[in-house]
Each structure stands twice: as C-alpha cells, then as structure tokens.
Design a protein around this ligand. Structure first.
Ligand code: BG6
Length: 463
C-alpha cells in the first residue's frame, strides 16, 4: 500500500446510475437495462448523462478541492459477449475518463462491479452460475491490463450484501427472486469471484492496492440480555461478517456456515474454492456507511425484509425479520430518519470503525456516505444545510475513530452529483451538485459543494 498518499477527500458515483448512453459506444445490455425496461420502471437510460459530460463533472470536482473520484466500470460496456471479447470503444471511454481525472489532479478510485451485470450472463443464471465468477475474473483482468498503468486503487465489488440480498431474498432488484437458498449460493459465488479478482491482480504484478466495498451496518442491541447478544451475532453475520470476514481473513464465519448447512445443500463450497478465498484476501476495506442495524431477539413470523426502494418516499416502518435469527428495530420513535426511513446515526460510524479495526487491522476508506432527499432544484442553489450537518457529523465520527486508532485514509461523499437511485429514479437526490433532469441535465453546485470545498481547503492548510 502507498503510505505516502494524501488523505482522499472525494465523492462517488456508479456507472449505471450516472453514465446513461445505454446503447452507445458498443455497450451491451445490462441486467438493469432489461429489468427496468421490462417492468416499465424509471430507468437510467440517460441518468445524469455523465458519459457525455464527464469532463465538466471532473473539472467541477477538482474546483471543489476534491482529490479523488470513486466511480465504477460498466462490465457490459467493456466486454461484448460471453466469449469475453473486448469492446475497444468502451476501453477508449474509460481511458479518457481516467486521463481526465489525472489531468485535473483527481485520483481515480475504481470499482470493477457496481451491480450492472451483462444481461448475457444473467441469461445464463447470473450469480447462481459459477461461470459468472470466472467471467468476472476475465473482465477484471482486462481492466487491470488496460487501466492498471493509471489506476492505483481498485475495488472488486460494490456492496455484495445489498445486491445479493435485494436480488435473491427481498426480490426488489433483478433478478427479483425471493429464495434464501439461492441467496446463499449467489452470495458465495460473488465472494468467490471477488477472491478470483484479487488473485488475478496479485498474479499480474500490477501496482497499487485492491479491496472490496461493503455496505457497512454496525450492529447494536436493544439491551444487554443473552438473547439480544445472540440476535446481534446473527445480525452481524447477515449484515457484515459474511463479506468482511471472508474478504479480510479468507474464512467464512463458521457459525453462519453451520446454520446454512443445516438448511441448504452447500456442496458447491469445495476445497479449491475455499483455498481461493484464502488466497484472495484484500489490501483494504471500503466501507459505505448510511446507518446502523439495531436489533432485538427474534419472536415470531416469517422472514420479512424492508422494501424501501419502491419508487416513492418511504411511508411508515415495516418489520424486518430473519426467521429464527433476529428482528431489526425500525419503529423507535426516538430515531432520527431521512424521509426514506434510513436512520441518521453518525456515532454508529465511529464505533463501527473502531470495531472493524479491532477485527481486521486493515486500512479503511469510507467509500460512500450521504443523505438522499427529494429536493427542488429549480430555484437556484439548493440550500442543503441538512446535508452539510450530515457530513460534518459523520466526518467528526471518522476523526474520533482515527484518534482511537482506526486507519482511515479517505472519505467519499455519495454522490458527486445527483444521479439515478435504484428503483427511486431521480427523485432521491444525494448529489453535491444538482442535476436538472428536466432541463438539459444542467449542473448547479449545491451549498454543500461549497461547504465541502472550504472544509477540504481548511484540512489541507491545517485550519
Ligand atoms: C449504496 C449504493 O447502497 O447506497 C449506491 O452503493 C446507492 O449505489 C446508495 O445509490 C444509496 O442508495 P439508494 O437506494 O438510496 O440510491
């Protein structure tokens, strides 16, 4: 790891959520293209039109003092088909994006997979087919070969938990299944693919470091009883450990495996794959932090998960239950939440960072942190004081964790500019810069952009 690198103050996006140009530049169809079109849902066909405006966007970041840009590569833009043929137009697009970052002094922080699986692999079973893991390895190797001379920070996957749980258990993301056994299988294949990617990176002798990005939800219990402690462990395995333990130590949590093995056929977990997991551990952890997981012991009822990405602002709380394991508390009247029902809880970030450091002793980047709000962008600069307060509180939590020994090396606001929020369309805005989706995709920095710029300048001059 490069220990001389500066602290990264940046922001983040993802290919499907911002690029648009869904049929340009030789791009193949992604599973999100197919799923949203087929279900007649708001889609990212144009998104923020970043494909055509990346230069302006990167320049705006740089003028805002940001020294790093986390973005993802689109697999269907880079690889044409199941045979693994490379799309040179896609390579040219990312070459130009990466070069533009360097031109403006912005470090590219690249995620290889942020959920847009090529439809040609979904047609073959997607993450339920281990061939997809091998195809990912090929795709990752192409990325290292073509961009590795200019990219020093790589992440294999963005949030395995979120796309696997949503795709195979909740059923609100493609492939829209509600099947715990398939969910466990897809989860394993994704972690296996990640390890294959890390191994390919090491074997190729590329410079730089490679990690994984996890949607990080530190677990709290409602009280100190034994029952709650056990529920917390189940929740931690579900929300964190199956990714973090596996990526950081190469070992799946054994109590989770024991439990799953009682219920499902896990014969696909073979010694050679377990060995790959051990050999494919990461250099760093990217943590996306939105909120914690507050739990109480399981009482009754079937497995039931919140579906809050329904396309409209969240209405009232729902039960989140994993049968036999735990229940998540969402109905505490003291909780401060966003209008989509996400708890705002900065102290979870401080305590979580300390805990992750205690467990894994790895460098950490906060690869996403932000607040989604339905904002009116038609009245000039958005006065998003709530976003400024959110960022201040979370940055303070990071600093407190650093003082307690956490090796945090970067902070990326989600998101660089307004973009498409999965299933919520473009109403749920996270950006530092407003995008007027109705009027030519014009960009207008929000008040939070100016605040972040001044904050970063203060950090750099020590004020
Ligand atoms: C993270 C994802 O889970 O949260 C992003 O990495 C996502 O892609 C962000 O947009 C916010 O979630 P949402 O559903 O509100 O857009």
């Amino acid at each position: 790891m490069d220990t001389t690198a500066p602290f990264f103050w940046g922001s983040a996006t993802a290919s499907y959520q911002c690029e648009g140009a869904w049929q340009e530049g030789g791009k193949a169809e992604s599973m999100w293209d197919r799923y949203l079109h087929e279900n007649d849902l708001e889609n990212g066909d144009v998104a923020s039109d970043h494909y055509h405006r990346y230069r302006e966007d990167i320049e705006t970041m740089a003028k805002g003092g940001q020294n790093a840009y986390r973005f993802s590569l689109s697999w269907p833009r880079i690889i044409k088909n199941r045979e693994g043929e490379v799309n040179e137009e896609g390579i040219a697009f990312y070459n130009s994006l990466i070069d533009t970052c360097h031109e403006f002094g912005v470090e590219p922080f690249v995620t290889i997979y942020h959920w847009d699986l090529p439809q040609y692999w979904e047609d073959e079973g997607g993450w339920l087919n281990e061939e997809t893991a091998h195809a990912f390895e090929h795709y990752a190797r192409v990325c290292f070969d073509r961009f590795g001379d200019r990219v020093r920070y790589w992440a294999t996957f963005n949030e395995p938990k979120w796309f696997v749980m949503s795709g195979y258990l909740i059923g609100n993301y493609p492939p829209a299944l509600q099947d715990p056994e398939k969910c466990a299988h897809a989860a394993f294949n994704v972690m296996y693919a990640s390890a294959l990617g890390v191994k390919a990176f090491r074997a190729g002798g590329y410079e730089g470091s490679i990690g994984i990005v996890h949607s990080f939800g530190p677990v709290d219990g409602v009280d100190d009883t034994l029952e709650t402690k056990i529920a917390m462990r189940f929740a931690d395995n579900y929300a964190n450990n199956w990714i973090l333990d596996t990526a950081a130590t190469g070992e799946l949590p054994i109590d989770l495996l024991t439990d799953l093995n009682r219920r499902f056929d896990l014969s696909y977990i073979t010694p050679d794959k377990l060995q790959a997991l051990r050999e494919g551990t990461v250099d760093f952890l990217g943590l996306n932090y939105y909120s914690r997981v507050l739990v109480r012991p399981y009482t009754d009822g079937e497995t039931q998960l919140v579906v809050n990405n329904s396309g409209s602002a969240f209405k009232g709380s729902q039960r989140v239950v994993i049968k036999g394991w735990f229940e998540q508390v969402l109905d505490d009247p003291n909780m401060q939440t966003t209008e989509w029902g996400t708890e705002i809880y900065p102290d979870g970030l401080r305590r979580g960072l300390i805990e992750v450091t205690r467990r894994y002793h790895l460098p950490i980047y906060i690869t996403e942190n932000g607040i989604g709000v339905a904002e009116d962008v038609s009245q000039g600069e958005v006065q998003d004081d709530y976003r400024i307060a959110f960022m201040k509180d979370h940055i303070a939590a990071i600093k407190a964790a650093q003082e307690a020994g956490a090796d945090v090396r970067g902070y990326f606001v989600w998101s660089t500019f307004d973009l498409y929020s999965w299933k919520n369309g473009c109403r749920k805005r996270y950006g530092l810069v407003a995008v007027d989706f109705e009027n030519g995709y014009t960009r207008t920095p929000k008040k939070s952009y100016r605040w972040y710029r001044d904050f970063i300048a203060g950090e750099q001059t020590g004020k």
